[in-house]
Design a binder for this molecule. Structure first.
Ligand SMILES: C[S@@+](CC[C@H](N)C(=O)[O-])C[C@H]1O[C@@H](n2cnc3c(N)ncnc32)[C@H](O)[C@@H]1O
Length: 300
Protein backbone atom coordinates (compact mmCIF):
# COMPACT_ATOMS: atom_id res chain seq x y z
CA UNK A 1 0.00 0.00 0.00
CA UNK A 2 1.11 3.54 -0.74
CA UNK A 3 -0.15 6.23 1.64
CA UNK A 4 -2.11 9.17 0.22
CA UNK A 5 -3.86 11.95 2.07
CA UNK A 6 -6.75 12.66 -0.32
CA UNK A 7 -7.53 14.76 -2.22
CA UNK A 8 -4.18 15.11 -3.94
CA UNK A 9 -3.37 17.57 -6.73
CA UNK A 10 -0.65 17.21 -9.34
CA UNK A 11 0.23 19.15 -12.50
CA UNK A 12 -1.21 17.77 -15.79
CA UNK A 13 2.34 17.00 -16.97
CA UNK A 14 2.77 14.58 -14.05
CA UNK A 15 -0.14 12.34 -15.08
CA UNK A 16 2.23 9.41 -15.68
CA UNK A 17 4.45 10.01 -12.67
CA UNK A 18 4.77 8.05 -9.48
CA UNK A 19 3.11 10.24 -6.82
CA UNK A 20 4.72 10.10 -3.40
CA UNK A 21 3.28 11.91 -0.40
CA UNK A 22 6.17 13.63 1.37
CA UNK A 23 4.16 16.47 2.92
CA UNK A 24 0.46 16.90 3.64
CA UNK A 25 -1.38 20.12 2.79
CA UNK A 26 0.55 23.34 2.22
CA UNK A 27 2.39 25.62 4.62
CA UNK A 28 0.81 28.59 2.81
CA UNK A 29 -2.85 29.40 2.49
CA UNK A 30 -3.82 31.27 -0.69
CA UNK A 31 -7.39 32.59 -0.93
CA UNK A 32 -8.28 30.55 -4.05
CA UNK A 33 -6.70 27.24 -3.11
CA UNK A 34 -8.54 24.16 -1.88
CA UNK A 35 -5.25 22.26 -1.54
CA UNK A 36 -5.05 22.41 2.21
CA UNK A 37 -8.73 22.34 3.13
CA UNK A 38 -9.19 19.63 5.74
CA UNK A 39 -5.44 19.00 5.89
CA UNK A 40 -3.09 20.11 8.63
CA UNK A 41 0.29 20.89 7.12
CA UNK A 42 2.97 18.36 8.04
CA UNK A 43 6.21 16.90 6.73
CA UNK A 44 6.05 13.11 6.77
CA UNK A 45 8.68 10.99 8.43
CA UNK A 46 11.49 9.98 6.04
CA UNK A 47 11.21 6.29 7.04
CA UNK A 48 7.49 6.28 6.21
CA UNK A 49 8.24 7.85 2.82
CA UNK A 50 10.90 5.19 2.14
CA UNK A 51 8.38 2.45 3.04
CA UNK A 52 6.00 3.90 0.41
CA UNK A 53 8.80 3.92 -2.17
CA UNK A 54 9.61 0.27 -1.41
CA UNK A 55 5.92 -0.62 -1.72
CA UNK A 56 5.73 1.26 -5.03
CA UNK A 57 8.68 -0.78 -6.29
CA UNK A 58 6.89 -4.01 -5.28
CA UNK A 59 3.70 -2.88 -7.01
CA UNK A 60 5.07 -1.31 -10.18
CA UNK A 61 8.61 -2.64 -10.61
CA UNK A 62 10.80 -0.36 -12.73
CA UNK A 63 7.86 1.19 -14.58
CA UNK A 64 8.23 4.84 -13.55
CA UNK A 65 10.48 7.38 -15.26
CA UNK A 66 9.12 10.40 -13.44
CA UNK A 67 8.19 11.02 -9.82
CA UNK A 68 6.21 13.88 -8.31
CA UNK A 69 6.45 14.75 -4.62
CA UNK A 70 3.12 15.64 -3.02
CA UNK A 71 1.65 17.91 -1.59
CA UNK A 72 1.02 21.65 -2.10
CA UNK A 73 4.62 22.77 -1.49
CA UNK A 74 6.76 19.68 -0.97
CA UNK A 75 9.84 21.77 -1.86
CA UNK A 76 9.55 23.29 1.62
CA UNK A 77 11.24 20.23 3.14
CA UNK A 78 14.87 20.67 4.17
CA UNK A 79 17.52 20.17 1.46
CA UNK A 80 19.13 17.15 3.17
CA UNK A 81 15.81 15.35 3.39
CA UNK A 82 15.00 16.07 -0.27
CA UNK A 83 18.40 14.73 -1.30
CA UNK A 84 17.97 11.60 0.87
CA UNK A 85 14.56 10.86 -0.70
CA UNK A 86 15.92 11.50 -4.20
CA UNK A 87 19.00 9.27 -3.69
CA UNK A 88 16.83 6.47 -2.30
CA UNK A 89 14.36 6.78 -5.20
CA UNK A 90 16.97 6.75 -7.98
CA UNK A 91 18.55 3.66 -6.44
CA UNK A 92 15.19 1.85 -6.29
CA UNK A 93 13.96 2.95 -9.71
CA UNK A 94 16.82 2.70 -12.22
CA UNK A 95 14.71 4.17 -15.07
CA UNK A 96 13.84 7.31 -13.11
CA UNK A 97 14.80 10.46 -15.05
CA UNK A 98 13.22 13.28 -13.08
CA UNK A 99 11.77 14.17 -9.69
CA UNK A 100 9.66 17.31 -9.33
CA UNK A 101 7.53 19.10 -6.75
CA UNK A 102 5.35 22.15 -6.16
CA UNK A 103 7.16 25.03 -4.47
CA UNK A 104 6.20 28.41 -3.12
CA UNK A 105 8.77 31.07 -4.10
CA UNK A 106 9.70 31.46 -0.42
CA UNK A 107 10.60 27.73 -0.23
CA UNK A 108 13.19 28.35 -2.95
CA UNK A 109 14.49 31.58 -1.43
CA UNK A 110 14.88 29.85 1.96
CA UNK A 111 17.48 27.52 0.42
CA UNK A 112 21.06 28.57 -0.33
CA UNK A 113 22.54 28.19 -3.80
CA UNK A 114 24.68 25.31 -2.49
CA UNK A 115 21.58 23.54 -1.15
CA UNK A 116 19.70 24.04 -4.44
CA UNK A 117 22.70 22.72 -6.34
CA UNK A 118 22.78 19.58 -4.15
CA UNK A 119 19.03 19.11 -4.68
CA UNK A 120 19.50 19.50 -8.42
CA UNK A 121 22.48 17.10 -8.49
CA UNK A 122 20.37 14.53 -6.63
CA UNK A 123 17.89 14.56 -9.53
CA UNK A 124 15.14 16.95 -8.39
CA UNK A 125 15.09 18.65 -11.76
CA UNK A 126 11.83 20.58 -12.01
CA UNK A 127 9.86 22.85 -9.73
CA UNK A 128 6.24 23.91 -10.26
CA UNK A 129 5.89 27.45 -8.97
CA UNK A 130 2.60 29.28 -8.53
CA UNK A 131 3.17 32.83 -9.76
CA UNK A 132 -0.57 33.51 -10.10
CA UNK A 133 -0.03 37.23 -10.88
CA UNK A 134 2.72 39.78 -11.25
CA UNK A 135 0.55 42.45 -9.61
CA UNK A 136 1.90 43.05 -6.09
CA UNK A 137 -1.42 44.48 -4.86
CA UNK A 138 -3.23 41.38 -6.07
CA UNK A 139 -0.57 39.07 -4.59
CA UNK A 140 -1.24 40.72 -1.21
CA UNK A 141 -4.99 40.55 -1.69
CA UNK A 142 -4.98 36.78 -2.39
CA UNK A 143 -2.72 36.15 0.61
CA UNK A 144 0.14 34.79 -1.54
CA UNK A 145 2.70 36.14 0.95
CA UNK A 146 5.28 36.97 -1.69
CA UNK A 147 6.16 39.87 -4.01
CA UNK A 148 6.82 39.86 -7.75
CA UNK A 149 10.49 40.71 -7.07
CA UNK A 150 10.79 37.65 -4.81
CA UNK A 151 9.17 35.44 -7.46
CA UNK A 152 11.68 36.67 -10.07
CA UNK A 153 14.57 36.12 -7.64
CA UNK A 154 13.36 32.58 -6.86
CA UNK A 155 13.11 31.68 -10.56
CA UNK A 156 16.65 32.86 -11.32
CA UNK A 157 17.95 31.00 -8.26
CA UNK A 158 16.45 27.81 -9.70
CA UNK A 159 18.08 28.36 -13.10
CA UNK A 160 21.46 28.94 -11.48
CA UNK A 161 21.17 25.49 -9.89
CA UNK A 162 20.03 24.00 -13.21
CA UNK A 163 16.51 23.27 -11.98
CA UNK A 164 13.77 23.85 -14.57
CA UNK A 165 10.89 26.19 -13.86
CA UNK A 166 7.29 25.41 -14.64
CA UNK A 167 5.18 28.33 -13.47
CA UNK A 168 1.45 28.90 -13.33
CA UNK A 169 -0.57 32.09 -13.68
CA UNK A 170 -4.31 32.40 -12.99
CA UNK A 171 -6.59 34.18 -15.45
CA UNK A 172 -9.53 35.94 -13.88
CA UNK A 173 -7.84 36.29 -10.50
CA UNK A 174 -8.54 40.03 -10.25
CA UNK A 175 -12.28 39.62 -10.81
CA UNK A 176 -14.50 41.65 -13.12
CA UNK A 177 -13.19 45.16 -12.48
CA UNK A 178 -11.86 46.15 -15.95
CA UNK A 179 -8.92 48.19 -14.66
CA UNK A 180 -7.85 45.51 -12.17
CA UNK A 181 -8.10 42.81 -14.81
CA UNK A 182 -5.91 44.84 -17.20
CA UNK A 183 -3.39 45.55 -14.44
CA UNK A 184 -3.25 41.85 -13.54
CA UNK A 185 -2.63 40.90 -17.20
CA UNK A 186 -0.03 43.61 -17.77
CA UNK A 187 1.93 43.12 -14.53
CA UNK A 188 1.88 39.34 -14.99
CA UNK A 189 3.31 39.70 -18.50
CA UNK A 190 5.95 42.12 -17.17
CA UNK A 191 6.95 39.57 -14.52
CA UNK A 192 7.11 36.76 -17.09
CA UNK A 193 9.35 39.02 -19.22
CA UNK A 194 11.79 39.12 -16.29
CA UNK A 195 11.97 35.33 -16.01
CA UNK A 196 13.94 34.58 -19.19
CA UNK A 197 16.73 32.22 -18.03
CA UNK A 198 20.23 33.62 -18.52
CA UNK A 199 21.52 30.10 -19.34
CA UNK A 200 19.04 29.61 -22.24
CA UNK A 201 17.33 26.60 -20.62
CA UNK A 202 13.74 25.78 -21.58
CA UNK A 203 11.08 27.07 -19.19
CA UNK A 204 7.34 26.57 -18.94
CA UNK A 205 4.44 28.93 -18.29
CA UNK A 206 0.93 27.55 -17.87
CA UNK A 207 -2.17 29.69 -17.68
CA UNK A 208 -5.01 28.34 -15.54
CA UNK A 209 -8.41 29.99 -15.22
CA UNK A 210 -9.73 30.77 -11.77
CA UNK A 211 -12.01 28.15 -10.25
CA UNK A 212 -13.91 29.02 -7.08
CA UNK A 213 -13.83 25.93 -4.86
CA UNK A 214 -16.34 25.85 -1.98
CA UNK A 215 -14.98 26.71 1.45
CA UNK A 216 -12.09 28.80 0.13
CA UNK A 217 -11.82 32.48 1.11
CA UNK A 218 -12.43 33.54 -2.50
CA UNK A 219 -15.63 31.47 -2.43
CA UNK A 220 -16.84 33.42 0.62
CA UNK A 221 -16.12 36.70 -1.20
CA UNK A 222 -17.94 35.36 -4.27
CA UNK A 223 -20.99 34.47 -2.17
CA UNK A 224 -21.21 38.03 -0.79
CA UNK A 225 -20.50 39.43 -4.29
CA UNK A 226 -17.34 41.10 -3.02
CA UNK A 227 -15.66 39.06 -5.77
CA UNK A 228 -17.39 38.83 -9.16
CA UNK A 229 -15.71 36.46 -11.64
CA UNK A 230 -14.95 37.31 -15.25
CA UNK A 231 -17.13 35.85 -18.00
CA UNK A 232 -15.52 33.43 -20.48
CA UNK A 233 -15.29 36.30 -23.00
CA UNK A 234 -13.56 38.57 -20.48
CA UNK A 235 -11.14 35.75 -19.61
CA UNK A 236 -10.10 35.53 -23.28
CA UNK A 237 -9.73 39.32 -23.45
CA UNK A 238 -7.52 39.23 -20.36
CA UNK A 239 -5.43 36.44 -21.90
CA UNK A 240 -5.05 38.45 -25.12
CA UNK A 241 -3.95 41.55 -23.20
CA UNK A 242 -1.45 39.40 -21.29
CA UNK A 243 -0.05 38.08 -24.60
CA UNK A 244 0.20 41.58 -26.06
CA UNK A 245 2.33 42.68 -23.11
CA UNK A 246 4.87 39.85 -23.47
CA UNK A 247 8.27 40.68 -24.91
CA UNK A 248 9.36 39.20 -28.22
CA UNK A 249 12.37 37.32 -26.85
CA UNK A 250 10.64 34.37 -25.16
CA UNK A 251 12.03 31.78 -27.60
CA UNK A 252 12.67 29.10 -25.00
CA UNK A 253 9.35 29.61 -23.19
CA UNK A 254 6.87 26.78 -23.59
CA UNK A 255 3.38 28.16 -23.04
CA UNK A 256 0.29 26.10 -22.34
CA UNK A 257 -3.30 26.68 -21.35
CA UNK A 258 -4.26 22.99 -21.54
CA UNK A 259 -5.33 22.69 -17.89
CA UNK A 260 -8.93 21.59 -17.37
CA UNK A 261 -9.83 24.94 -15.79
CA UNK A 262 -9.37 26.79 -19.11
CA UNK A 263 -11.99 27.68 -21.69
CA UNK A 264 -9.50 27.65 -24.57
CA UNK A 265 -6.56 25.22 -24.74
CA UNK A 266 -3.50 26.80 -26.34
CA UNK A 267 0.01 25.45 -26.77
CA UNK A 268 3.26 26.87 -28.07
CA UNK A 269 6.82 25.56 -27.85
CA UNK A 270 8.29 28.93 -28.77
CA UNK A 271 6.39 31.93 -27.45
CA UNK A 272 8.51 34.39 -29.45
CA UNK A 273 7.67 32.70 -32.76
CA UNK A 274 4.05 31.80 -32.00
CA UNK A 275 2.71 34.75 -30.01
CA UNK A 276 0.87 36.26 -32.98
CA UNK A 277 -0.61 32.87 -33.88
CA UNK A 278 -1.88 32.43 -30.31
CA UNK A 279 -3.47 35.90 -30.42
CA UNK A 280 -5.14 34.92 -33.70
CA UNK A 281 -6.50 31.78 -32.03
CA UNK A 282 -7.87 33.87 -29.15
CA UNK A 283 -9.51 36.26 -31.64
CA UNK A 284 -11.01 33.31 -33.49
CA UNK A 285 -12.40 31.90 -30.22
CA UNK A 286 -13.86 35.31 -29.32
CA UNK A 287 -15.81 35.20 -32.60
CA UNK A 288 -16.71 31.51 -32.26
CA UNK A 289 -17.49 30.98 -28.61
CA UNK A 290 -19.12 27.60 -29.30
CA UNK A 291 -15.59 26.11 -29.51
CA UNK A 292 -14.88 27.01 -25.86
CA UNK A 293 -14.88 24.38 -23.12
CA UNK A 294 -18.30 24.15 -21.55
CA UNK A 295 -18.51 25.49 -17.98
CA UNK A 296 -19.58 22.08 -16.68
CA UNK A 297 -16.40 20.43 -18.04
CA UNK A 298 -14.05 22.81 -16.29
CA UNK A 299 -12.19 21.53 -13.26
CA UNK A 300 -9.03 21.65 -11.19
C1 LIG B 1 -1.62 23.00 -5.60
S1 LIG B 1 -1.14 24.64 -5.96
C2 LIG B 1 0.49 24.69 -5.25
C3 LIG B 1 1.12 26.05 -5.32
C4 LIG B 1 2.40 26.27 -4.52
N1 LIG B 1 2.20 25.97 -3.15
C5 LIG B 1 2.83 27.72 -4.65
O1 LIG B 1 2.65 28.49 -3.73
O2 LIG B 1 3.31 28.10 -5.71
C6 LIG B 1 -0.77 24.61 -7.67
C7 LIG B 1 -1.30 25.74 -8.52
O3 LIG B 1 -2.61 25.44 -8.94
C8 LIG B 1 -3.24 26.65 -9.27
N2 LIG B 1 -4.54 26.72 -8.58
C9 LIG B 1 -4.82 26.33 -7.34
N3 LIG B 1 -6.10 26.60 -7.03
C10 LIG B 1 -6.64 27.17 -8.11
C11 LIG B 1 -7.93 27.71 -8.42
N4 LIG B 1 -8.92 27.72 -7.51
N5 LIG B 1 -8.14 28.21 -9.65
C12 LIG B 1 -7.15 28.22 -10.58
N6 LIG B 1 -5.91 27.77 -10.34
C13 LIG B 1 -5.65 27.26 -9.13
C14 LIG B 1 -2.34 27.79 -8.83
O4 LIG B 1 -1.62 28.33 -9.94
C15 LIG B 1 -1.41 27.09 -7.89
O5 LIG B 1 -0.16 27.72 -7.78
Amino acid sequence: MIYYKEPVYRPPAEANSLLIQVTEGCSFSCDFCAGNLGKKFLIRNTDDIKKDLINAKKLFGDYYRKMFLLDGNAFVIPADMLVEIADFSYELFPKLKRISAYAHAKDILAKSHQELQKISDSGVKMVYLGIETGDDDLLTQINKRVTSDEIAEAAHKLYKANISLSATIILGLAGNDKEKSKKHAQKTAQLINRLVPENNMAWYISALTLMIPPQTRIYNKYKTQEFVPLTHIEILEELRYFMLNLNDNLERCIFRSNHASNYLPLESNNLARNKDKLIEQINFALNNTDILRNESFRGL
